[in-house]
Write a protein that binds this ligand. Structure first.
Ligand code: GLA
Length: 414
């Protein structure tokens, strides 16, 4: 039995610019002032650590969201997306938190939320704009399509209203970008109402081509760690399980509040502050809190171990073995202790491992979404076919596959 393997290839910059410019022109009847892009991400390791004050290690994907934009003289934002019919119009003076009478319905919240958050942060120069959006970041795949949307708009707003916070994708102003990250997080948490932890926005704005970003979510400090699989004859295969996935279904919030409660019961501000893991876990009486905290404390330690291994040199021999062991342990902990995997994720991981992957794990929030596997470059097709076949045998909808190569961060492209 051979299932057909579906590859989700990233658009070139030219293709993204052409698509979004055409959409802008047919919608608004003139050329946009510019075009900006922002990438989706995969997190290599450090899952569900960001809102616990921990560390994570994302890379930016070559799959991007494109935004064609022009400033307006007033406070109106007009939005069009290739993914949804119709033009939306939002008055920026009528934007506010999702639980207020100024709530914004649907996807425009991620766009106008960024403008609102920047104005709240004192950037009064931000005013209305027209924007057209198109994207090849798969939606709902755990690859940060919403952060890519926020961050593309954030770098667009930065340039349109001369906020001077972004620099270029090639020469980013990393300090300024931290401010843009904060605005995008507020857009997502406050305006869109998704209580996520900030990993995705930092990845999209602060990653560097050819590198993983070792990110301290507590203080925003970063270290750029070379991540070059190709030179070692390796590749990072992403399986988008296409299992139903939603962060707003309450499960994510439930995990987050369980961690906050565990931290309170241990007597620390964040689980990342725990120094003696065994003693901390003994201080907890609720078995669910024990499991959740054990994942977070262990995952933070694994992420430090991973960056230490990667600093030693190229991804081969003992370095590769150690990363593989850490990836596998991360997934198993997310499956058994954090309980955020699902049948589709576990199956893709199991098959990748039995096909010889050097470590395989789910990435992102879980409950569906995607998994990553380090595989020999010449085995990519075979591993993808084996996963597709296993899905077919199990009667699951076919997954999609992507190749993840660490790509550049958000910036202007036209
Ligand atoms: C989602 C959230 C992130 C992070 C991950 C889990 O992607 O948006 O903030 O919590 O899940 O690591």
């Amino acid at each position: 039995m051979t299932a057909e393997v579906h590859w989700n290839t990233a658009w070139s910059i030219e293709e993204g610019v052409t698509r979004v410019t055409r959409l802008y022109e047919t919608t608004f009847g003139e050329a946009p002032a510019g075009v900006w892009q922002a990438p989706g991400r995969v997190n290599l390791i450090g899952e569900h650590t960001d809102y616990n004050g921990g560390v994570a290690m994302p890379i930016a994907l070559p799959h991007r969201t494109f935004a064609a934009m022009s400033p307006r003289g007033d406070m109106i934002v007009r939005l069009v997306s290739a993914q949804e019919p119709g033009v939306r119009e939002v008055d920026l003076t009528q934007v506010g938190p999702h639980d207020s009478d100024k709530a914004v319905e649907g996807w425009p919240a991620y766009v106008v939320g960024v403008a609102w958050a920047l104005r709240e942060a004192g950037y009064d120069a931000v005013r209305g704009f027209d924007v057209a959006i198109d994207s090849c970041v798969p939606f709902g795949a755990g690859l940060s399509s919403s952060a890519a949307l926020e961050c593309a708009v954030a770098v667009g707003i930065n340039d349109l209203f001369r906020l001077d916070l972004a620099g270029s994708a090639e020469e980013p102003n990393d300090t300024g970008r931290k401010t843009l990250v904060e605005a995008c997080i507020r857009a997502e948490n406050d305006v869109a109402g998704a209580n996520t932890g900030g990993l995705d926005q930092a990845a999209s704005l602060r990653c560097l081509e050819g590198h993983a970003l070792f990110l301290n979510c507590r203080n925003g400090e970063v270290e750029k760690v070379p991540f070059d699989l190709a030179s070692q004859g390796l590749a990072l295969l992403v399986t988008d399980t296409r299992a139903p996935h939603s962060l707003s279904d309450g499960q994510y919030n439930e995990r987050r509040s369980c961690c906050e409660s565990a931290a309170r019961n241990i007597g620390v501000e964040f689980l990342a502050d725990v120094e003696d893991g065994d003693a901390a876990l003994r201080a907890l009486s609720d078995p669910t809190e024990v499991k959740r905290a054990r994942h977070v404390i262990g995952e933070i330690a694994r992420t430090y171990d991973a960056v230490r291994a990667m600093r030693r040199g190229a991804l081969r021999a003992d370095v590769l073995d150690e990363i593989a062991t850490l990836f596998d342990a991360s997934h198993d902990s997310l499956r058994d202790d954090y309980e955020v995997t699902c049948r589709e994720l576990d199956l893709a991981v199991d098959v990748a491992r039995s096909e010889g992957a050097h470590g395989a794990r789910m990435t992102g929030g879980g409950f569906g979404g995607s998994c990553i596997a380090i595989v020999d470059a010449d085995a990519v097709d075979r591993v993808a076919e084996a996963i597709a076949d296993a899905y077919e045998r199990e009667g699951l909808a076919q997954p999609h596959f992507l190749m993840a190569v660490p790509a550049m961060p958000a910036g202007r492209v036209q």
